[in-house]
Design a protein around this ligand. Structure first.
Ligand code: UGA
Length: 437
């Protein structure tokens, strides 16, 4: 099959590369000249484990190419995916669909013969209907069917998520489109990943509902963590204890500094706005958004409390800046708010992240960037672990102890057992479990 992916960002690039790996012919299109030039030189503009290899292999096999112009590849395509960004619109939090509609009009102008246009970008309920209206009114001669196919991949685990999904949601009731989409995902179906067909509006909502539910689940365990600290319980054991109930499940129950990233914050807000517009408010999600916002600031206060109530003039070493490990993405990372709180408190903040420092330079205030955990820990009054990168999971505490000024570890991801830290003379502060020295 010939497939075009409009938008070579995270979702577009991963989906395009993986679909090429299934044996389809894919052209990834992007308006950014620099991005396409870089991809053509063999450079991958995002950090995602395994993506560079898949891209290189499929380019070499002649199944994956890149283009700045969509007209030619779209004219010969069976399927065109729209995977452009849908950022929060400034001012009101609604998803900004400018890029989606612009891409759709360009696609419609270029298609020849029956073509399925698929929204893979996260788009509000009714976007598919609006695209259909645009195609019908403005391009009456074109034979286009609009399908919703939300993506559920996570950054850092994107290739596995795409190739081994729990389900593939497809919003269409048109028999011709159903047949085409079955063909696109046939390799996954053979792997027994269920294809779940439903109405387009339902499919669009599934994406928002899934992200909102996961954000709510994280927020729930974060509040339980706060309660654990007050009553002397252990949130990791509570999570395990409830997670063993299959109705609840053990995933997404890691307490931490609050969720971040390019999806949960934006999608929860957009869902809240849509619900308000339809006079059907989603109070659980409104509260989730508010709790998560407060939590990031509370984590700043937690670090200050661990430093005896003040960080003025103190050196704080931050391990991990990205919103989660295995990505270089800093969008809505909790580290941004935490670092700002420390800077506001007068701290001298030194930071290190394995992949996120370039992106961090664009969003963090005046901090010092170090080359590894030990360099920034030198003379520190507290070491604060914000993102659980693997390389922070086996810190050499003996060495750290000789470097730091005050042996204080604030572990906002609960990756260490208290005994392992305190036995080296550190005071340990965790989230929702016993702290001590
Ligand atoms: C999320 C969803 O998990 C994907 O299914 C979805 O496709 C994607 O959004 C999207 O809409 O594009 P992602 O943002 O890449 O994926 O990352 P997650 O692994 O979901 O983590 C999001 C945030 O929640 C991170 O800040 C992470 O640290 C935090 N988190 C996650 C927790 O604090 N606790 C957990 O137990 C899990």
């Amino acid at each position: 099959m010939r497939i075009v992916m409009i938008g070579s960002g995270y979702v577009g690039l991963v989906s395009g590369a993986c679909l090429a790996d299934f044996g389809h012919h894919i052209t990834c299109v992007d308006k950014s000249v620099e991005k396409i030039d870089a991809l053509e030189r063999g450079e991958v503009p995002i950090f995602e484990p395994g993506l560079d290899t898949i891209i290189a292999q499929n380019r070499a096999a002649g199944r994956l190419d890149f283009s700045k112009d969509l007209a030619a590849p779209v004219a010969s395509a069976d399927v065109v995916f729209i995977a452009v960004g849908t950022p929060s619109r400034r001012g009101d939090g609604h998803a900004d669909l400018t890029y989606v509609y612009a891409a759709a009009r360009e696609i419609a102008a270029a298609v020849e013969g029956f073509t399925v246009v698929v929204t893979k970008s996260t788009v509000p309920v009714g976007t598919g209907d609006e695209l259909e209206r645009i195609f019908r009114d403005e391009f009456p001669d074109k034979d286009i069917s609009v399908v919703s196919n939300p993506e559920f991949l996570r950054e850092g685990a994107a290739i596995t998520d795409f190739k081994r999904p729990d389900r593939i949601v497809l919003g269409t009731e048109e028999p011709r489109a159903i047949e085409v989409m079955r063909e696109v995902y046939r390799p996954l179906y053979l792997n027994e990943a269920p294809l779940y067909f439903c109405e387009r509006r339902t499919s669009e909502l599934i994406k928002y509902a899934a992200n909102a539910f996961l954000a709510m689940k994280i927020t729930f365990i974060n509040e339980i963590a706060d309660l654990c600290e007050q009553i002397g319980a252990d949130v990791q054991k509570v999570a395990k204890g409830i997670g063993m109930d299959k109705r609840i499940g053990d995933k997404f129950l890691h307490a931490g500094p609050g969720y971040g990233g390019s999806c949960f914050p934006k999608d929860t807000l957009a869902l809240v706005k849509t619900a308000q517009d339809y006079d059907s408010p989603m109070r659980l999600i409104e509260t989730t958004v508010a709790i998560n916002d407060n939590r990031k600031r509370a984590m700043g206060r937690k670090v200050i409390a661990a430093c005896d109530g003040t960080v003025r003039g103190k050196k704080i070493a931050i391990l991990g800046l990205t919103f989660k490990p295995n990505t270089d993405d800093m969008r809505d990372a909790p580290s941004i708010t935490i670092v700002q709180a420390l800077l506001d408190g007068g701290a001298d903040v030194h930071v290190y992240d394995p992949e996120g420092m370039d992106a961090a330079r664009e969003v963090l205030g005046p901090v010092v960037y170090g080359r590894d955990p030990y360099e920034i820990a030198d003379g520190a009054d507290a070491v604060v672990l914000i993102t659980e990168w693997d390389e922070f999971r086996a810190l050499d505490f003996k060495r750290l102890k000789t470097l730091v000024s005050q042996p204080v570890l604030v572990d906002l991801r609960n990756i260490y057992p208290i005994a392992e830290v305190t036995r080296h003379g550190f005071s340990y502060f965790a989230v929702g479990k016993k702290s001590g020295s």
